[in-house]
Design a protein around this ligand. Structure first.
Ligand code: ADP
Length: 485
């Protein structure tokens, strides 16, 4: 399997077009979560390598910023085609290091390609303004220019598509990039380097460094050549990066944690809600920031919903992601499994009822049974904390006001979902939910055409939509005087 995937597997940093090791020669092992076996290594780089990557990006920027929007659009189209032409090989590599099912991995590569295509189109629409001038002999232009070198730090749960939302708009805008993928899943990140090379994106436009998160992050934050940081990961690390980058006043966009509520009202189509619930809960084994963390179900349909969700959960096929028909792979590591067990123990102590699942899967390793917990209560830990695993706590509620208040009772505000067939309620609840994204009668809503992002401590900025390129562009006001008109 590795042989098939290895076409895009790189075990080196990409700096200024050269594949290089860490200065010290130190490496990090990359483990297949389905087997616990080592796949290979990547460089354990630190500040010095990061600095060189930033300098290479700055050097490349001098000429890349002069390319036309049409030229960059064409580069991105080629990148899109390369992703889709190699969808299977890239998906296998992704599954190998991340664990998700091959079907989901193929979906993720397709999603990466879709974002790249979207930004290929947006590249040509980074319009400025010609503003009516208050002076007869002067004219006012507002132009958009690339911000310069951007740095992207990405997590392990979507090691390919999280980069597409950052590399795509960066290239579209004319920026150059330094990328740090997560150490658990670096190969899908490094594969972007191989793909960029293959389609002829100029050397130094995309640089990739793997290694010590703290050292790489510190250099990125402190280096004045970096004009913008785009980060996807935990709220904890996001806050750290915002704080550290204050010293050089960088632009920041942050896709941080979520605590998605999923509301089911008495008037909902229950079968549709269960279908949406399975996707919104168990995608990537529950390891996404938009995965449902808390189900709130109205009393009249509570028992029916719990029973149907438990049935659907128990039917999911668990196994190594590369196996045929598997729907849920392993969790990323032991720590993730322990955390899930802690949530279940906490809920059980406080009166929660495990309806299905509740323990490690018989396959061993980090496989875990899809779990439904009925009689969830606000005092349980998952009311406030992100589970990031295949556990579905179901809370009971009586009134719409109560449901909206419970849903909003969190410092997070990324995605939320609700099911109702009452049009008035659809608008009331949509307007009442303090979230950046709302799925109404839908459990899977991410698409490049729409702005992805959160409110409150879930982050800053948007990825995708026409908004997705904004953070990669500076606005310049130009006043042209002395025209003698
Ligand atoms: P997760 O819990 O999903 O692993 P993290 O926020 O810990 O989320 O990790 C997301 C990304 O941030 C990863 O690439 C990780 O290596 C990186 N990271 C972790 N700590 C730091 C740090 N102190 N500075 C910069 N990046 C960091």
């Amino acid at each position: 399997m590795l042989q098939k995937s290895s076409q895009f597997m790189r075990e080196a940093n990409l700096i200024g077009g050269e594949w290089v090791q860490a200065d010290s020669g130190a490496t990090i092992d990359v483990i297949n979560p389905a087997t616990g076996l080592k796949i290979g290594t990547v460089p354990k780089s630190g500040k010095a390598e990061t600095r060189r990557a930033i300098e290479a990006a700055a050097e490349a920027f001098a000429s890349f910023c002069k390319t036309t929007a049409l030229e960059r659009s064409k580069m991105l189209r080629k990148l899109h085609d390369a992703l889709m032409d190699n969808q299977d090989a890239l998906a296998e590599l992704l599954t190998l290091e991340q664990g998700k099912s091959l079907t989901e991995a193929k979906g993720e590569i397709a999603s990466s390609a879709a974002y790249v295509l979207w930004f290929a189109e947006e590249a040509r629409r980074a319009y400025g303004d010609v503003v009516p001038s208050p002076w007869g002999d002067r004219r006012i232009l507002v132009t958009r220019e690339p911000v310069g070198v951007i740095a992207a730090i990405t997590p392990w749960n979507f090691p390919s598509s999280m980069l597409s939302r950052k590399i795509g708009p960066a290239i579209a805008a004319g920026c150059t990039a330094v990328v740090k993928p997560a150490s658990q899943t670096p190969y899908s990140g490094l594969a972007w380097g191989a793909l960029c090379e293959e389609v002829g994106i100029p050397k130094g436009v995309v640089n990739i460094v793997t290694g010590s998160a703290g050292e790489i992050g510190d250099e990125i934050c402190a280096n004045p050549l970096v004009k913008k940081i785009t980060f996807t990961g935990s709220t904890e690390v996001g806050k750290l990066l915002i704080g550290k980058s204050a010293s050089t006043v960088k632009k920041v966009s942050m896709e941080l944690g979520g605590n998605a509520p999923f509301l089911v009202f008495d008037d909902a189509d229950i079968d549709r809600a269960v279908e949406g619930a399975v996707v919104a809960k168990y995608r990537n084994s529950g390891q996404t920031c938009v995965c449902t963390n808390r189900f709130f179900v109205q009393a009249g349909v509570y028992d029916r919903f719990v029973e149907k969700l438990a049935d659907a959960s128990a039917k999911l096929k668990i196994g190594p992601g590369l196996d045929e028909g598997v729907q849920q792979g392993p969790l990323i590591d032991d720590k993730a499994v322990e955390k899930v067990e802690e949530f279940i123990a906490d809920a059980s102590e406080k009166g929660g009822k495990v309806v299905t699942g509740g323990k490690r899967h018989e396959l061993g390793g980090t496989f875990f049974e899809p779990t439904v917990i009925a009689e969830a209560k606000p005092e349980m830990r998952f009311m406030k904390e992100e589970i990031f695993g295949p556990v579905a706590p179901v809370f009971r509620f009586e009134t719409e006001e109560e449901a909206v208040a419970l849903a909003n009772d969190t410092e997070f505000g990324l995605a939320c979902y609700f099911y109702s067939s009452d049009l008035g309620r659809v608008f009331r609840v949509t307007e009442g939910l303090k979230y950046g994204m709302v799925g109404v009668n839908e459990g899977l809503i991410t698409t490049p055409e729409a702005p992805f992002g959160g409110l409150k401590e879930s982050g800053l900025g948007r990825e995708g939509g026409h908004q997705g390129i904004e953070d990669y562009l500076d606005t310049k006001y130009v006043c042209i005087g002395g025209l003698g008109l």
